[in-house]
Ligand binder design. Structure first.
Ligand SMILES: C[S@@+](CC[C@H](N)C(=O)[O-])C[C@H]1O[C@@H](n2cnc3c(N)ncnc32)[C@H](O)[C@@H]1O
Length: 269
């Protein structure tokens, strides 16, 4: 069966140039994801997808593992995005609006309910340090697998960002299902960064994630569960002024640093 994540059927393949080691790695990805492996041969990815009856191909090459959607030119692969820049800002005394909203410090614990490619989780893991804990859930199976692998293997120099990436405990799971199973006040901070109703990202870097990731709104009941699980704050990143129906009045709303983003801070229950 092709993979059917978010209605996006895909197969796994390798590079055009025959390479037994890459083929073997691709087969292992296919097995791990429960998705069909197909020989690449000389085919372009557009031809391969058309012939295999899928919309996308997870390609395993020497450079990286990425999902390509030939019809719209999307390519998604793991990278830490702005994590290094944000950590450098913190080191240089510039701070970070998400960290400020969380009032985060060394030794704290954070549950990231919408992990994505774990840029926010990496910055949080850097701040809480070795004595702290960051656990993140990503509901989309392929995104979760790529983020789990990327956090464990991606190499990046400077500021201890790579070490912070390795400390993030990334898991596949839907926060709507996971939160009710967690103990009351088991994390100091519970964090959400769902997709906004309207596209606000100016950077091309976010577009592939938006194209592939889960868009179903987080229900008010999940935010209520988060208030039970958090002992200090629940922080929700949102587009400035966006309505989040059913949530209690926020204790605070902090600016996302002069951008169109803001952080809603809810008190625990
Ligand atoms: C805007 S992105 C988050 C980006 C992330 N903060 C980062 O730093 O990379 C939203 C992510 O949440 C995921 N998601 C959406 N609903 C979810 C849910 N109910 N449980 C877990 N993950 C979810 C999406 O698939 C997407 O990857």
């Amino acid at each position: 069966m092709p993979g059917r994540d978010s209605e996006l059927p895909y197969v796994v393949t390798a590079a055009r140039r025959p390479d037994p080691e890459l083929d073997e790695r691709a087969r292992r990805w296919a097995e791990r994801l429960g998705v069909r492996f197909v020989e690449r041969g000389e085919r372009s990815l557009a031809k391969l997808c058309a012939e295999e009856g899928v919309e996308a191909a997870l390609t395993v090459t020497a450079l990286r593992v990425g999902l390509v959607i030939p019809a719209d030119g999307t390519e998604y692969f793991f990278h830490p995005s702005m994590a290094r820049t944000r950590v450098r800002n913190i080191c240089e005394g510039g701070g970070d609006p998400m960290i400020a909203a969380m009032r985060l410090g060394p030794g704290d614990s954070v549950l990231d309910c919408t992990l994505g490619r774990a840029t926010d989780a990496t910055v949080a893991a850097w701040v809480v340090g070795e004595t702290g804990r960051v656990v993140g859930y990503e509901a989309h199976p392929l995104l979760a697998a790529l983020t789990i692998e990327g956090l464990a293997t991606y190499e990046i120099e400077g500021f201890g960002v790579q070490e912070a990436m390795r400390r993030v405990d990334a898991r596949h799971g839907d926060c709507r299902e996971v939160l009710p199973t967690l103990e009351t006040r088991s994390f100091q901070v519970v964090y959400f960064d769902p997709f906004f109703g309207q596209m606000v990202e100016r950077s091309d870097a976010m577009r592939p994630l938006r194209r592939i990731g889960l868009h179903e709104p987080i229900p008010a009941a999940t935010y209520e569960e988060a208030r039970r699980v958090a002992s200090r704050v629940v922080v929700i990143k949102r587009r400035r002024g966006e309505e989040l129906p059913g949530i209690p009045p926020p204790a605070d709303v902090t600016s996302g640093g002069g951008s169109r983003i803001e952080y809603l801070v809810l008190e625990p229950r």
